[in-house]
Design a protein around this ligand. Structure first.
Ligand code: NDP
Length: 315
């Protein structure tokens, strides 16, 4: 039968490109989980995704109520869930003051990590119930959270410290808005959120892979320098970043190619290994990449998971 996949943030960039790549195989129906319904509809149309191959559903990851509502609405559709892709993200590299989600968490970690944490925890049951031969839960990671790479060493570097801001609620009132308890920095908050994404994937793997057979994976799709992710960056950066990535670092990847990579992680029969962080070499061949020490710290992953459960109301 046709597979059923939810992709968050499928209204632009990587999410849209992977929605298109999966829909075009004719083997997948894509549920585009987006905060802006009209934008998503226009994006799907202009990408040329055939109407029968997608459904748009409202999801605002910066509100836990919206996440719960989305899960209810999805269940009402009566479709199975065979794969879930946690892709959406916000990035505020120039922000000097924190902004907050509906529940009062710093926006980058609140949206990119906590919204997806609740979503994937709730939808795990739906994945379990699917009879699809290879069920997968993918959380998009990034090189920028990995301090074992050149890109991950551009300051400010990701670091979760002892998680004191996180356990305090990340609300900027009685706790810091940063996970490590430090001064707010928008670029760092994004990188920290990506470390949480990669730790979450591994913790899912440790807790649930053996019993459920679900494949949990993360990936770094390459530097897709043209997406909306950089929309809040200064204009000069937005002008120079794509050619810099193309000609200097040579890490540049087109939206189309990145979409194909994510689609592979969702459906390629050779990428079923769980607990893996995928990357691609210069010839666009996939390989299992190493995560930084912090992004693979088992003890930190467990602690981060437990605090996340409390913050989203699961514990
Ligand atoms: P885009 O900005 O193009 O896409 C991000 C998507 O997330 C958009 O669809 C956006 O919706 C959605 N989104 C943002 N906030 C919310 C929210 N509160 N609720 C629901 N959806 C939301 O960026 P990319 O395609 O580049 O990023 C996709 C993923 O790829 C991210 O996880 C990012 O960290 C990762 N990544 C990107 C790299 C790059 O070089 N671009 C490199 C490595 C990883 P809307 O359209 O409404 O704004």
């Amino acid at each position: 039968r046709t597979g059923s996949v939810i992709i968050t943030g499928a209204s632009s960039g990587l999410g849209l490109a992977s929605a298109k790549a999966l829909a075009e195989t004719g083997k997948w129906h894509v549920i585009m989980a987006c905060r802006d319904f009209l934008k998503a509809e226009r994006a799907a149309k202009s990408a040329g995704i055939a109407k029968e191959n997608y459904t748009i559903m409202h999801l605002d990851l910066s509100s836990l109520d919206s996440v719960k509502q989305f899960v209810d609405n999805f269940r009402r559709l009566g479709r199975p869930l065979d794969a879930l892709v946690c892709n959406a993200a916000v990035y505020q590299p120039t922000a000097t003051e924190p902004t907050f989600t509906a529940d009062g968490f710093e926006l980058s970690v609140g949206t990119n990590h906590l919204g997806h944490f609740l979503l994937s925890r709730l939808l795990l049951d739906d994945l379990k119930q699917s009879d699809y031969p290879s069920k997968r839960l993918i959380i998009v990671g990034s090189i920028t959270g990995n301090t074992n790479t050149l890109a991950g060493n551009v300051p400010p570097k990701a670091s979760l410290g002892d998680l004191r801001g996180f356990s305090g609620g990340l609300n900027g009132l009685n706790s810091s808005a940063m996970i490590d308890g430090g001064k707010f920095d928008g670029a760092k908050a994004y990188k920290d959120s990506k470390v949480c994404n990669m730790l979450t994937m591994q913790e899912f793997h440790r807790r649930f892979h053996e019993d459920t057979g679900i494949t949990f994976a993360s990936l770094y799709p390459g530097c897709i320098a043209t997406t909306g992710l950089f929309r809040e960056h200064i204009p000069l950066f937005r002008l120079l970043f794509p050619p810099f990535q193309k000609y200097v670092t040579k890490g540049f990847v087109s939206e189309e190619e990145s979409g194909k990579r994510l689609a592979q992680v969702v459906s390629d029969p050779s990428l079923t290994k769980s607990g893996v962080y995928w990357s691609w070499n210069k010839d666009s061949a996939s390989f299992e990449n190493q995560l930084s020490q912090e992004a693979s710290d088992v003890e930190k992953a467990r602690k981060m998971w437990e605090i996340s459960e409390k913050l989203v109301g699961l514990a």
